[in-house]
Each structure stands twice: as structure tokens, then as C-alpha cells.
Design a protein around this ligand. Sequence first.
Ligand code: DC
Length: 233
Amino acid sequence: MKKITITFDGYSSCGKSTMARQLAASIGYTFVDTGAMYRAVTLMAMQGGAIDDNDDVDDSQLKALLAKASITQCYNPTLGQAETFLNDRSVEKEIRSMEVAARVSIIAALPYVRQAMVEQQQAMGRQGGIVMDGRDIGTTVFPDAEMKIFVTARSEVRAQRRYLELKEKGEEVSMEEVMRNLEERDHIDTHREVSPLQQAEDAVVIDNTNLTRAEQAAMLLALYNERMATIEN
Ligand code: DC
């Protein structure tokens, strides 16, 4: 059976990764979380002194770090999900922190960072059989993808989900902090010059505010089967 490319885009914490991961697992495709890649670059910038306390970026330092960086994702059977590595070190926990979340949209708006990440993402998807989630996947990374999903959810629901996720990981955060961070990131992500977050014209929109995991999994599988039926006929 032909292996296609499937893209998921949408606002922060709207559940895209969960949906993309669910679909990838049920059809045996590779799942790529591109937000994790931008988070890993942000962590590298923070640890390598390329972004200061005022969030000013030292471009030449960051370009030098990027040139020798290796960012990979591998399935970890113990975690039951993909794990992100920066220069062969697992950074899965660190990249989910509020410190990284507070700076990632600044780093992700830099054109040279986007160019480097988009090139890597396109290389990963060259063979098809991939489910990739992010902000510009259906518009910039794979504008010709056979199946595109744009995910939305009510903002209070998104903030609540993110808050619980951070709490579960032991982060000391308030609901207000999480809400502010989501709003700031959504604003920067939709207003940046290079490939801002936009809904692709040919994307199917799914609002998962009131959907259970099982319902959304069933809906995605039905969409995939429908799409495959049209492609193969
Ligand atoms: O999906 P996430 O919250 O882990 O993404 C982290 C940040 O990375 C988000 O604020 C926007 C940015 N991002 C992006 O600009 N382009 C992508 N394809 C994926 C994420």
C-alpha cells in the first residue's frame, strides 16, 4: 500500500501531538514532533550562551551551535513514546520545562533556525509513511501532503491540559503563567514573518474540545481510510 505524508498543525497545547501520535501508531507510520526540535534548539541556545536573560539572541553563536548540532527522535519502549536527543543526549524532560517554553517562540521565529529545521523535516519525510506535527507542516514543510489536519480546541481547555501536564512532571507553575505563555506563543507563532502558523486551505479542521481520545482516534482513522480510498482509486 502506498505510504503517504500526513500533517498536523495548530495552536500550542491543542492536543495535536497526541492525535498525531495516535494515528501514526495505528497505521504503523513514523511520528515526528517538530515542536520538540525547536525546543531542543532553544535548550541548546540557553545552555550554549546564545540567548541572554533579556531574551537577546547572539546570532553568530547560535549559528555556530546549529552547524554542529544533531537533533534526533527515537522511540523509547519504556516511555512508550518518542524521545528527543540533542547531540546524542536525551533532553526529553528539559525541553518540556517552562524555561524553554518561555523562549521557544523567539528562537523558532529566527529565519536561519527555521531553514535548518525545515530542511531536516523534509529529509525525514522524503519516503512518505510519516505523520508530522507542528505549525507550518501542511503549509511550508509538506505543502503537497496527501492528508492535512488542522487542530483547534478552546483556549481554557488547552491551558488546563498544559497545566496538568506540567504539574504531573513536577513543575511549579500557576494556571495564569501557563495561560500567559500559551497566549504569548500563539501571538508570536501567528505573527512571525517566516512561515507563521496558518491553516492550509486543504486541511480538515478538527476541534477536539469535547472529544475523548477514543473518539478522536476513530475519527482520524476514518479520515485516513477515506483519503487512502480516494488516492488508490
Ligand atoms: O508544539 P510545541 O508547543 O512543542 O512547539 C513549541 C514551539 O515551537 C511553539 O511555540 C512554536 C514552535 N514551532 C514552530 O514554530 N514550528 C513548528 N513546526 C513547530 C513548533
